[in-house]
Design a protein around this ligand. Structure first.
Ligand code: HGY
Ligand code: MN
Ligand code: MN
Length: 412
């Protein structure tokens, strides 16, 4: 058995690395690191430096995923990864901690001069949040061999296509297929991630085992009314697209509340192309994010919701388009890997709470390649996608120590 991990030191190292990476942002006053941008490049270079220091062989694939390989006694590899992109005004732990935990775990084995029966790849994905292009999980999909080249034509807000952004980043879109792991190479994927919810803190547990990753449906809803003068058009003659959008937002909230926790629904993005305080909005587009651990509950919600939106449009005499841009099934985590994570959590003194994940993760894409597991780490107040996001060095140290234990005991 390797020397016992120094939990305190691991936590301090993780905290320093998180803060160093967290200082790389497109904006001075809030954290924002988007896919295939100069900030992604700087973050990838920093992660590559850390990987090399841990004696990982570093490479990058055509989507910019930084891959650190640590050779084992067989061709099989345990993949450990997460993402280094962020939402706008995000927290610095969501994503990066999973990459840093992998690097620190390998460094522990390197320093102990250990050889394992399998190799380890640490993966730093650049597009989990989907905060630049209207798609997500593209980097992990490329590794899993499920990337759909049609996504290359998707454009960001400036009209730059994913294909052009890849070229501008110095990569070759034609080399995308080479990013895919060969069958049998990837034995399992494990991701350490902050919980982004309040349960572990409430239960006073530092670590948890993830049972599944919630399924997601995304609906782009666009209302077409009639722009008009805010002072002259009588109320009963208006076709106000924004008022229609407001009804949809409150409907989503009410319908989700009525499911008593089975389904959550959020409208976090609304676009009014010609917004002005003295103009009745003629056009509004909003994105509805619908999630559930149950595929049936989510589908039923989507069907009912679409019917109700059509009724709002009819009543308000608004033009309507509803485009479903995402329909991702709930992803189960592998039971035997879950058992390994649970045993590892016990080995560091934790009680392995089982949690399903309402947040999406790269594990959803990687599950198409190999069995997956996730370990959650307590985060203060359950706050995430928010600069107040925080996980303590001691909890991060415990998570890395548990990951080391998991690696020492997992049978691949
Ligand atoms: O949306 C999510 O759940 C993830 O943070 N991208
Ligand atoms: Mn994340
Ligand atoms: Mn996130």
């Amino acid at each position: 058995m390797s020397n016992a991990p120094d939990v305190k030191l691991l936590g301090e190292r993780a905290d320093t690395m998180i803060r160093t990476l967290g200082s790389i942002s497109a904006e001075p006053n809030r954290l924002f690191r988007a896919f295939l941008t100069p900030e992604h490049r700087k973050a990838a270079d920093l992660v590559a430096k850390w990987m090399r220091a841990a004696k990982l062989d570093v490479s990058e694939d055509a989507l910019g995923t930084v891959r650190g390989h640590w050779a084992g006694e067989s061709k099989k590899r345990l993949l450990i990864g997460s993402h280094i992109d962020t939402v706008i005004d995000g927290g610095m732990f969501d994503g990066p901690f999973g990459v840093i935990a992998g690097i620190l775990a390998v460094d522990h084995f390197t320093q102990a001069g250990r050889k394992l029966p399998f190799g380890i790849d640490v993966l730093a994905f650049g597009d989990e949040e989907g905060s630049r292009f209207p798609t997500t999980l593209t980097s992990s999909m490329a590794c899993a061999g499920t990337f759909d080249n049609a996504r290359l034509d998707m454009a960001d807000k400036e009209g730059v296509t994913l294909r052009d952004a890849i070229v501008a980043y110095g990569k070759d879109p034609a080399a995308l297929a080479e990013a895919a792991y060969k069958r049998g190479e990837a034995a399992a994927y494990v991701e350490v991630h902050i919980e982004q919810g309040p349960v572990l803190e409430y239960k006073k547990q530092p670590l948890g085992v993830v049972t599944s990753i919630a399924g997601q449906s995304y609906l782009n809803v666009e209302f077409l009314g009639e722009a008009g003068h805010a002072g002259t058009v009588p109320m009963m003659l208006r076709r106000d697209a924004l008022a229609g959008g407001a009804e949809v937002i409150l409907l989503a909230e009410k319908m989700a509340r009525d499911t008593k926790g089975d389904v959550v629904a959020t409208v976090g993005q609304l676009r009014i192309p010609s917004a002005a305080s003295n103009v009745i909005a003629g056009n509004v587009a909003l994105v509805v994010d619908i999630r559930s651990g149950s595929n049936a509950a989510r589908q039923q919600f989507v069907d009912t919701f679409k019917t109700e939106i059509r009724a709002i449009a009819k009543r308000r005499e608004l033009g309507l388009t509803i485009t479903q841009t995402r329909d991702v099934a709930t992803t189960p985590c592998d039971q035997s890997l879950q058992d390994g994570i649970a045993a590892a959590i016990r080995s560091v003194g934790g009680e392995p709470l089982e949690l399903s994940s309402g947040a999406g993760h790269d594990g959803t894409a990687m599950a198409k390649l190999c069995p997956i597991a996730m370990m959650f780490v307590r985060c203060r107040g359950g706050i995430s996608h928010n600069p107040a996001e925080y996980t303590s060095p001691s909890d991060m140290g415990l998570a890395v120590a548990a990951l080391i234990r998991f690696i020492e005991t997992v049978k691949l």
